[in-house]
Design a protein around this ligand. Structure first.
Ligand code: TXA
Ligand code: MG
Length: 345
């Protein structure tokens, strides 16, 4: 039995409308992927450049055959292991995939999300749903229906409310369209888990790890940035890999926990409103620092991250000092998003 809200949402999609829906990662802004006019409206509402491709969401792994021209063995292995889940596979696109979906590229991004309402919607709709995160271009991704409403308002025809997203950061994107799989965006599925299933260490594109591009962070940040500073000009256009994304209004500075108090003192002396986001309570803070609730372990940190960045703006902070979690598992994606937010400031 399809629930009434989902039946309405299917009708909206069939007539070319836009439906925001929950996934386990973030809320998506959905349109019928087979309807070029609907996809066109999606880009207009998002304010996103037409050359940036969108992910097509599917009800089950076997549906990839309708969207990909070719599905390599590694892609099936990853789909078997991780779908439904926070993983997007980039594959050679089938000839009929609308150019609006692929951004004119020869590839298509495909994902089966692990969220009951999303799966119900996808099964009832029966086709692919093109969905970027349900925020305006360059803004923080929404992890609740209220975030979507605040950001997109009346521009979206219907919002399905599935409560807060369980994972909280976007899917991990793996490009399987050019031989050896490569991670284009760190996300909800860890690189360690991918490598374990594939049986070798998966390459992470330099651009996929924001902090490793563009050199050191803000002065006094106290975190070493190592690795290549070069940008891969061969990389496909991917807005999720732009440094300017994931940023709140407040300037974000990524700092090591030992450096927090000193940096906060300097900023407070300059008259700034300073907030703190950290995995645990930090002792010895100068008075006047507005500490957000501790984020917790990596999983919990990911889950609350975008909510906290919005909270920083609600509190009118000028600067948010952010202590990243350890960079293993999903912690790598959290640290990545914090660095992107910092790079935008
Ligand atoms: O978790 C997620 O992936 C969420 C939920 C809604 O599924 N979606 C999401 O969509 O984050 P979006 O559009 O905000 O980010 C999708 C990323 C973009 O960086 C886009 O460029 C990239 O996926 N992408 C999509 N199709 C691609 C393709 N054919 N080749 C390369 N990158 C692609
Ligand atoms: Mg996005």
């Amino acid at each position: 039995m399809t629930s009434p809200d989902v039946a309405d949402a299917v009708a909206v999609l069939r007539r070319g409308g836009l439906v925001a829906f929950p996934t386990e990662t973030v809320y998506g802004l959905g349109a019928d992927a087979g309807n070029p006019a609907a996809v066109e409206r999606l880009f207009a509402v998002k304010g996103r450049p037409r050359t940036h491709p969108v992910i097509v969401h599917l009800a089950e792994a076997t549906a990839v055959k309708g969207w990909a021209a070719e599905v390599p063995r590694d892609a099936w292995a990853l789909a078997d292991a991780f779908w439904p889940g926070p993983l997007t596979l980039i594959l050679p696109a089938a000839a009929h995939v609308p150019g609006g979906v692929t951004g004119g590229a020869a590839t298509v991004g495909l994902r089966v999300p692990a969220q009951p309402l999303a799966l119900e919607l996808l099964a009832a709709f029966g086709g692919g749903i093109a969905a970027p995160s349900a925020n305006r271009f360059g803004r923080v991704s929404p992890t609740t229906a209220a975030h979507v409403r605040a950001d997109l308002g009346a521009d979206v025809d219907q919002i399905l409310d599935g409560g807060p997203c369980a994972v909280g950061v976007e899917s991990t994107i793996v490009d399987l369209s050019r031989g050896t799989p490569r991670v284009l965006r760190l996300g909800g599925l860890s690189v360690e888990a991918l490598s374990e299933v594939l049986g070798y260490a998966v390459e992470v594109l330099p651009l996929a790890a924001a902090g490793r591009v563009g050199g050191p962070g803000p002065a006094g940040a106290g975190l070493a940035h190592t690795g290549p500073a070069a940008v891969d000009h061969d990389a496909p256009p991917a807005p999720g890999t732009l440094a300017s994304h994931y940023a709140p209004e407040a300037r974000v500075e990524v700092v090591a926990v030992e450096a927090v108090a000193g940096r906060a003192e300097t900023l407070l002396a300059e008259g700034r409103r300073v907030g703190l986001l950290a995995p645990r309570r930090v002792e010895g803070l100068p008075p006047g620092v507005d500490a957000l609730p501790p984020a917790g372990g990596s999983q919990a940190y990911a889950q609350c991250l975008y909510q906290r960045l919005r909270e920083a703006d609600r509190r009118g902070l000028d600067v948010l000092l952010a202590v990243p979690p350890p960079e293993t598992g999903i912690g790598a994606a959290v640290a990545d998003r914090l660095r992107r937010a910092a790079a935008a400031g």
